[in-house]
Design a protein around this ligand. Structure first.
Ligand code: HSE
Length: 315
């Protein structure tokens, strides 16, 4: 481990978008970045160790020591380059809800790795592919971290050499809405409900729909309802999130392209006209048994950013 001195007071500001993964048929593959952000300020300090302040989502709940996910991600990146992590003051300003299927863990991981990239600027060359590799090592699958890093719509896949991703620009007629309940869902639990193998015809069904979904999102939004059909994951997980399942059925019966957002329990709606967002929100308000928040969000086209703090400004 190299003990490289990064000047005390060196600091970076990081901004990372929320993401929604799967998009129906594209399990562990497709993801979309949403204009809803977590922000992070990280500053090198004299003393070793970390001091973490969390504001907003997770305040008073997430660990503020070395177990903190952002801290673990910063350390993971420093370790990967064999450089000792310096003492750090960290301020997190979180908006992305936790445990709802909006990529909060992926955002925390990407935020930490981007902060390390900014702090190591001039010492190591960490390109976007390296950020994707490090983030996927921590997250386990690339479909949230890819859009968090690159923005837009991403197709992610895994090769023997590591994860890869292709960014596409979403058609401007596509308007996402995320319906967010008060209850949470564990991704590990959701994944445990899926079978080891699926019928061949279900696999073919999803191959056709996910290919179609890419065309619908970049070129032909009028195909979104058919293109968001899925047989690989949502039905297996439905028993763990019955209200999500019931609302998705009601929305799809009414003609809206509704799917589980990531591992749930939030619902992603991909509208091909902005007006649909209000009509669908009214439907959810009528049908829901518990309170659901409606977030009408733009697609984020930029992905995660890191900029140095202006000289002399500490977090
Ligand atoms: N593809 C992942 C899943 C996204 O559905 O399990 C959530 O992390």
């Amino acid at each position: 481990m190299i003990n490289r001195t990064i000047e005390v007071g060196t600091g970076v500001h990081v901004k990372v978008p929320a993401t929604t993964a799967n998009l129906g048929p594209g399990f562990d593959t497709l993801g979309l970045a949403l204009a809803y952000y977590d922000e992070l300020d990280v500053t090198v300090r004299e003393e070793p160790g970390v001091h973490v302040d969390v504001h907003g989502v997770g305040e008073g709940q997430v660990p503020t020591d070395e177990r903190n996910l952002v801290v673990r991600a910063i350390k993971h990146a420093f370790d990967a380059y064999g450089i000792e992590m310096p003492g750090l003051d960290i301020v997190a300003r979180n908006h992305i809800p936790h445990g709802r299927g909006m990529g909060s863990s992926g955002a925390a991981i990407v935020a930490g790795i981007m902060a390390a990239k900014g702090l190591l600027e001039g010492n190591v060359e960490m390109d976007a592919q390296a950020v994707l590799t490090l983030a996927t090592q921590m997250e386990g699958h690339p479909d949230n971290v890819a859009p968090a890093i690159f923005g837009g719509l991403t197709i992610a896949w895994v090769t023997p050499e590591g994860p890869r991703s292709k960014k596409l620009i979403v058609h401007r007629g596509v308007s996402p809405v995320v319906f967010v309940p008060e209850h949470t869902m564990s991704t590990a639990l959701a994944r445990s409900l899926q079978p080891e193998s699926v019928p061949h015809e279900d696999a073919i069904f999803n191959v056709s729909r996910s290919a179609l979904l890419v065309a619908a999102l970049i070129q032909s939004p009028e195909l979104l309802l058919e293109a968001t059909e899925d047989k690989l994951h949502q039905s297996y997980r439905a028993s763990a999130m019955p209200e999500t399942d019931q609302l998705i059925r009601a929305l799809r019966d009414a003609g809206y392209a509704a799917v589980v957002s990531g591992a749930g329990p939030s619902i992603l709606l991909l509208c091909d006209e902005p007006q649909q967002r209000l009509e669908a929100t009214a439907l959810v308000e009528r049908e829901a048994l518990t309170p659901w928040q409606s977030l009408m969000l733009a697609v984020d086209f930029k992905g995660a950013t890191v900029v140095p703090h202006p000289v002399g400004v500490l977090a």
